[in-house]
Design a protein around this ligand. Structure first.
Ligand code: SF4
Ligand code: SF4
Length: 72
């Protein structure tokens, strides 16, 4: 394992579960525009969150009009 010192891991452990986009996603793109670390991109059927980039800020979850984003 590499050192995690450069990854910005400042959140408590229980909050370090990357957000996920379910198949309720209608690919509107609203969440991607809100993500501060550009962790969200368009996938084949839904948008997808890159778990390695996601810092669990929750912005996408609050933005999604379809409740397609879940934590963990
Ligand atoms: S929780 Fe925050 S960092 Fe993670 S994908 Fe959503 S907007 Fe981006
Ligand atoms: S805001 Fe919700 S419905 Fe829109 S692309 Fe993101 S996850 Fe999909």
């Amino acid at each position: 394992m590499m050192s995690s010192s450069s990854a910005g891991l400042f959140l408590p452990k229980e909050e370090m579960m990357a957000h996920k986009i379910s198949d309720k996603c209608v690919s509107c793109g609203a969440c991607a525009a809100q993500c501060p670390v550009e962790a969200i991109s368009q996938g084949s059927n839904t948008y997808v969150i890159d778990a390695d980039k996601c810092i669990d800020c929750g912005a996408c979850k609050e933005t999604c009009p379809n409740e397609a984003i879940e934590q963990g």
